[in-house]
Design a protein around this ligand. Structure first.
Ligand SMILES: [Zn+2]
Length: 82
């Protein structure tokens, strides 16, 4: 697992606070990643999860019923990031 650095603004934050790890819907590639990790008895940072600071956590949670690719598209629109 990566340290808690917001995927939107890059801010490092305290995970005991309001920010946190958001898991999105797994893509096919994510299922394969999980199988691969299980096989080699390894854990890494799940590619379908990202950290979000207190400011950006609510917007990420809003889209956690989507895959991370789709969620990023919507988040960029909401945050006006191009
Ligand atoms: Zn942030």
């Amino acid at each position: 697992m990566r340290p808690p650095i917001c995927a939107v603004c890059g801010e490092r934050f305290d995970p005991a606070g309001k920010g946190g790890l958001v898991y999105f819907v797994m893509r096919k590639s994510d299922e394969e990643w999980r199988k691969r990790m299980k096989k080699i008895h390894s854990v890494g940072h799940p590619p379908w999860a990202e950290w979000f600071c207190a400011k950006h956590y609510p917007i990420a949670v809003k889209y956690n019923t989507l895959t991370i690719d789709e969620a990023w598209k919507r988040m960029r629109e909401d945050l006006k990031i191009t």
